[in-house]
Design a protein around this ligand. Structure first.
Ligand SMILES: C[S@@+](CC[C@H](N)C(=O)[O-])C[C@H]1O[C@@H](n2cnc3c(N)ncnc32)[C@H](O)[C@@H]1O
Length: 266
């Protein structure tokens, strides 16, 4: 899609879907506001995901879980290969490839869900559905649990068809997708469930949105529930939230020097 057709699409949407344009300008303002919330000095509690599992779950043999991922890893590689010839942004490629959660983080989600065997997992931010696929694979192996995901359509070239497009057909029976913004849907999803064990934030990484989602999760998660957040180094939301409420926040180093945040309540 050329720059001209992107502008044209946005203008067309401004006329027919004015709320999309309002949403975009609200998002811009929130991102700008984020500059005020970047002062924390970070240090990792765990230098890798293996370091985390070795220290927190010393009796678990994580290599065995890693071996279970061969087929899904291949499926994801093939999915991305199929997008290589497509142009971003377009209806066939509505998200950039590097929007997806990285390989360490998705492996982390898989192993943690294999160990904790959650009944309900809630996540915000699906895009092509990488995090969703690895969580669903773990639930499938566990033969229990449901993943409840929230995402919406924010750009003219996005569509519901492409949200979760990478999720293999055989893993979709444990998936409950909710279309909408997290500010509109998250509380509703929690209200409909009989206890949630794990919450994962990977939607809009602004201070305001992250704070909203963490607070909502803390209020609604089971007593010993877990909050996970991708990209916690973008601003101070994860650190301010965990320090303010005396929660035990951990920072795990994942590929490309990115930080995965984890809080285990109680
Ligand atoms: C970083 S991507 C998610 C990547 C995904 N977890 C994966 O592993 O492939 C962020 C996603 O959050 C969605 N998003 C952005 N703002 C949101 C909001 N306010 N509520 C829900 N989803 C949102 C975007 O549409 C996008 O699909």
């Amino acid at each position: 899609m050329s720059r001209f057709s992107i502008i044209l699409q946005i203008l067309k949407n401004a006329i027919f879907k004015p709320q999309l344009l309002q949403e975009l300008s609200r998002e811009r303002a929130e991102i700008k506001d984020d500059e005020k919330f970047r002062s924390h000095k970070y240090s990792y509690n765990f230098n890798s995901i293996s370091d985390f599992f070795k220290k927190r779950f010393p009796d678990v043999e994580i290599n065995e879980f890693e071996r279970e991922l061969h087929e899904l890893d291949e499926h994801v590689d093939d999915f991305f290969k199929s997008l290589q010839t497509k142009k971003y942004p377009s209806r066939d490629k509505p998200y950039p490839i590097d929007y997806s959660i990285n390989s360490d983080s998705r492996k982390f989600l898989y192993i943690l869900c294999r160990i904790l065997k959650p009944k309900n997992v809630v996540e915000t931010g699906v895009a092509y559905g990488l995090s969703s696929s690895y969580i669903l694979k773990a639930l499938d192996k566990n033969q229990s649990g449901t993943l409840h995901s929230i995402d919406s359509i924010f750009r003219p070239w996005q569509s519901e068809d492409m949200i979760g497009a990478a999720i293999p057909e055989n893993l979709r029976h444990r998936w409950n997708f909710n279309l909408g913004k997290s500010t509109e849907k998250l509380q509703q999803v929690f209200d409909e469930l009989d206890g949630v064990d794990i919450f994962i934030h990977d939607s809009l990484h602004t201070y305001k949105n992250m704070m909203f989602e963490f607070e909502c999760a803390e209020k609604n998660l089971n007593e010993n529930g877990t909050i996970i957040s991708d990209d916690v180094l973008d601003n101070d939301a994860f650190f301010n939230f965990s320090n303010r409420d005396n929660l035990n926040g951990h920072l795990i180093k994942v590929n490309d020097d990115l930080g995965l945040g984890l809080i285990i309540k109680n």
